[in-house]
Design a protein around this ligand. Structure first.
Ligand SMILES: Nc1ncnc2c1ncn2[C@@H]1O[C@H](COP(=O)(O)OP(=O)(O)O)[C@@H](O)[C@H]1O
Ligand SMILES: [Mg+2]
Length: 314
């Protein structure tokens, strides 16, 4: 079962094509990361999914509800933490009052509200802060309160737009840990926008990479990692001049790219199992004295740079 399905979803702002015909599926229960650079179309996508914006063309179904035909139902089953999400809570109200206010707004049965608030605040480690005014909280705590606000009506789908972008590294880490704990504890689906590759790699089990409003690559995180193994980067250090080695490597047909990194060469090889020994032989035959020939650890960064805006060539 897919919890979010988009079909040719598009949004234009005048001449700007913010979202350009996206087809995307997010499995139920997934922690899905929409990863892309600034201006890629992430926030617009989330605003379309929570019915804050109307698509120029195409559509989407969120938790079984069509964003065009059933916007009220879509809002009921989604919880949103927008960009700069900590502004979605009222600074002059206490932590507790904020949640009480939003719980009533969502029409939660009055008798269930206290227990629900306590459960959430304890989960988010904010219970001790319940009587503090939201405006007096640290940025990290305010963001966690905003997350509670998004969760108060137990939505099936959580749309989190750059949940850690405005936080210092320690607060960001706590928010990430809480998101992971939430996703394990409850059967909710998380849709997380991020420009932070390391974050998406750690938190998300499914990833789609977006740029210029288009999805460039999508799939389970593990599969994307495996796909990387089809191409391997070798770090090569030679004795003496690197020039010959660079020339030899660049002309081999199975070499995808050659880069200099200080006194080393970073050589990207297609089909490494087959070709790393061929590369080594070519270098030795050309009289290159190899000091080091090591596999670079593959991260999603390689893949990301390969697909986003022709990056990696810079
Ligand atoms: N309300 C708007 N009016 C005009 N252009 C917009 C609006 N919102 C977003 N855009 C443009 O759409 C593109 C995608 O923006 P956005 O979805 O915010 O990207 P991201 O969240 O990935 O940084 C950008 O070029 C941005 O300038
Ligand atoms: Mg954004």
């Amino acid at each position: 079962m897919d919890e979010v399905v988009t079909e040719n979803l598009s949004k234009h702002f005048g001449e700007t094509v913010a979202v350009d015909g996206i087809d995307m599926t997010v499995p139920q229960g997934a922690v899905f990361g929409l990863l892309g650079p600034n201006g890629a179309g992430k926030s617009t996508t989330v605003r379309l999914l929570c019915t804050l914006l109307r698509p120029t063309s195409g559509g989407a179904v969120v938790a079984g509800h069509n964003i065009l035909e059933e916007p009220v139902e879509v809002r009921r089953v989604t919880g949103v933490l927008p960009e700069e999400g900590s502004h979605t809570v009222y600074p002059s109200m206490t932590v507790y009052e904020n949640l009480e206010y939003f719980a009533r707004l969502y029409g939660l049965p009055e008798e269930t509200i206290p227990a629900e608030i306590e459960r959430l605040l304890k989960f988010m480690e904010l219970w001790e802060r319940r009587d503090d005014r939201a405006g007096e909280l640290s940025t990290g705590n305010r963001q966690r309160l905003a997350l509670c606000r998004a969760l108060i009506h137990r939505p099936r789908v959580l749309l989190l737009d750059e949940p850690t972008a405005s936080l210092d590294p320690i607060a960001a880490r706590r928010v990430r840990e809480l998101i992971l704990r939430l996703s394990k504890e409850y059967q909710q689906t998380f849709f997380i926008n991020s420009h932070n590759l390391a974050e998406v790699q750690r938190v998300c089990d499914h990833i789609a990479i977006i740029d210029n409003g288009k999805i460039l690559l999508a799939g389970p995180t593990d599969e994307l990692r495996k796909r990387l193994r089809a191409r391997q980067v070798f770090r090569i250090r030679v004795y003496g001049d690197t020039g010959t080695a660079e020339e030899v490597a660049s002309t081999a047909e199975f070499v995808h790219s050659v880069e200099r990194d200080a006194d080393c060469l970073l050589v990207t090889v297609d089909d490494p199992v087959e070709n790393n020994s061929r590369l080594m032989r070519l270098l030795l035959d050309a009289g290159v004295k190899i000091v080091e020939f090591a596999e670079e650890e593959a991260t999603l960064e390689d893949l990301y740079l390969q697909v986003v805006r022709g990056g990696g060539d810079a």
